[in-house]
Design a protein around this ligand. Structure first.
Ligand code: UQ1
Length: 378
């Protein structure tokens, strides 16, 4: 009882982590004692941590806070390798406390409401936090429940695209690989039912409404439908689809000029990856600097994104492209080919680049490297 009372008192003071022994929290971050910050970052994923590191350099750590409820931060690009047994799961995560830039305040809660007209957000523990500049980096939510079968099935499969990949160059490369490995691909099929007893997955055929096709399986790998976080969908910051409504060139909110966005929660019309966040973070930093100085915005995000398509335990096709689905390749060789070098880049170079450069706000994507490799032409 005494412990409970102590916990509840500490909790009221925002000190509950003392009792759970999260030591980094007290060492690396300020206590969330203020209720106003020059820069408030919502979300402690890739975009949020990256931008808080950049904003710390710009306005000083004490003027930056980040709202994030999770104890752990995951490097999700490693999960394709974890799924294939090529990397251990525990290598993909670190404590949130260890990735928050030192001195930046960690507010360990979630945002319940945005009130961009008053420049404040409300957290789920009832606090109001105001800001001068808000960076929304909420990520997205996975809707495992949307087939209604999640609890009954081990896994659920969902695919409906008419192509294997949205950029023709890489689609052709993947089709060659698929042919060489004797893999059958079926397009425009949408999973509607999984029968676990019979190990059957039932798909509706999107080009022939009303018809279905049933597949036998031994292992089913499913990607759930994705949506913007609820809090964003119901806010004044969202577009009609619920995504953060930002300018595709400069990442500033279309209506609220002191609100900015980065990463998965935005309506930027490009593929959502860590590499995209890297490129976005460089542009967003420049945008915010100019906004802070009341100057005209001139830096443009070209939609750069990158998908390392791991095609074997030692091969990878490194797809890189822009808003127009045109290849925007870093290296001076054909990246449409499966390469061992690109596998090592994905498996061995990207994790340290992520932890020690991107999350520290020091990596703004491979744009400068690309220019160097192509003698300034691309
Ligand atoms: C990248 O910048 C990035 O973010 C750190 C990734 O995510 C982990 C990537 O997978 C890739 C490919 C890039 C692009 C970097 C280079 C050097 C092409």
């Amino acid at each position: 009882m005494a412990t409970l009372q102590l916990c509840s008192k500490l909790s009221k003071l925002g000190l509950q982590n003392l009792t759970t022994g999260v030591r980094e929290f007290s060492i690396s971050s300020n206590w969330a004692s203020k209720s106003h910050y020059d820069v408030l970052v919502v979300g402690g994923g890739t975009g949020g941590i990256t931008m808080s590191a950049r904003m710390k350099r710009k306005v000083g750590a004490k003027n930056v806070a980040i709202i994030e409820p999770s104890e752990n931060h995951y490097y999700q690009p490693m999960w394709t390798l974890v799924g294939a047994g090529a990397k251990p799961l525990n290598k993909s995560g670190r404590s949130t406390a260890s990735v928050i830039p030192s001195g930046v305040t960690w507010i360990k809660s979630s945002v319940q409401e945005f009130d961009p007209d008053k420049n404040l957000v409300q957290t789920d523990d009832g606090k109001e936090i105001s800001y001068k500049y808000l960076i929304v980096a909420l990520g997205l939510q996975l809707h495992y429940d949307k087939t209604g079968k999640r609890s009954k099935a081990n896994v659920i499969y969902n695919t409906s695209l008419p192509v294997i990949f949205g950029v023709k160059k890489y689609a052709d490369a993947l089709l060659d690989i698929i042919k060489a490995r004797d893999i059958t691909v079926n397009y425009r099929l949408n999973l509607i039912e999984v029968n676990i007893d019979k190990r059957e997955a039932v798909f509706e055929t999107l080009d022939h409404p009303g018809e279905t096709k049933t597949f036998q399986y031994e292992m089913l790998h499913v990607t759930p439908p994705m949506a913007p976080p609820d809090v964003l969908q119901r806010s004044a910051l969202a577009d009609a689809g619920g995504w953060l409504d930002v300018d595709k060139d400069n990442l500033q909110h279309k209506k609220y000029s002191n609100v900015f966005g980065i990463g998965d929660c935005t309506n930027l019309p490009t593929s959502k990856t860590a590499a995209a966040i890297a490129a976005q973070s460089a542009i967003l930093s420049k945008t915010i600097s100019l906004v802070m100085k009341n100057q005209k915005l001139m830096h443009k995000y070209d939609g750069y994104t990158s998908c390392p398509l791991v095609t074997a335990y030692n091969r990878c096709v490194l797809a890189e492209f822009d808003y127009n689905a045109q290849p925007l390749e870093t290296f001076p060789f054909d990246q449409g080919r499966e390469r061992r070098s690109m596998f090592h880049m994905k498996a061995d170079l990207m994790p340290p680049l992520y932890w020690y450069a991107l999350l520290k706000g020091l990596w703004g994507g491979p744009g400068p490297l690309r220019k160097l490799m192509h003698f300034g032409k691309n």
